[in-house]
Design a protein around this ligand. Structure first.
Ligand code: CMP
Length: 148
């Protein structure tokens, strides 16, 4: 790519984090889920499969610590391996959230990841950062053990 074109493209790029949840990993959907972001045009900057520790999960989901479902959420996200990926591309935070679909998978629109692949709430296939601030905090919590 021409250097000027490359500069213009990267100026529009934003990063976000997605985490393929234990339900989707158990069901063998990692490739399907991550592939949708690649098909859309996002590039994968970093990817890692880990099993979150309890303190790591509590930090990752700190924004929900006072919610009644916090205990269930932490138990679920630590119940098996997850795959986290930093994605880069135009308007990544909002665009990735649109591809992911509504939190309640049974209500998520067909064509979205949750709309096509799940029926759960806690087990809703994937997590995606909801803002640039959340992305920074979640990336730090997710990649903590790996000098992220
Ligand atoms: P996620 O995008 O990972 O962000 C927080 C998660 O909490 C959400 O997806 C759901 O999986 C989970 N959750 C569990 N119960 C609820 C609830 N009642 N409302 C919203 N989110 C919930």
């Amino acid at each position: 790519m021409d250097q000027e074109v490359q500069k213009a493209v990267s100026a529009q790029a934003e990063e976000t984090l997605v985490v393929v949840k234990p339900d989707a990993v158990r069901r063998g959907l990692v490739g399907e889920v991550i592939g949708r972001f690649e098909s859309k045009g996002f590039s994968i900057k970093r990817v890692s499969m880990i099993t979150m520790t309890r303190p790591q999960a509590e930090e990752f989901y700190a924004v929900h610590k006072d919610k009644p479902f916090f205990g269930e959420l932490v138990a679920f996200i630590t119940s098996g391996p997850v795959v986290g990926a930093v994605l880069s591309g135009r308007d990544a935070v909002a665009t990735v959230r649109r591809l992911v679909g509504a939190t309640k998978s049974w209500e998520a629109a067909p064509g979205t990841i949750r709309g096509d692949l799940g029926l759960g709430l806690t087990d809703n296939v994937i997590h995606a950062s909801d803002s640039a601030e959340s992305f920074a905090k979640e990336r730090s919590a997710f990649f903590k053990a790996q000098n992220g």
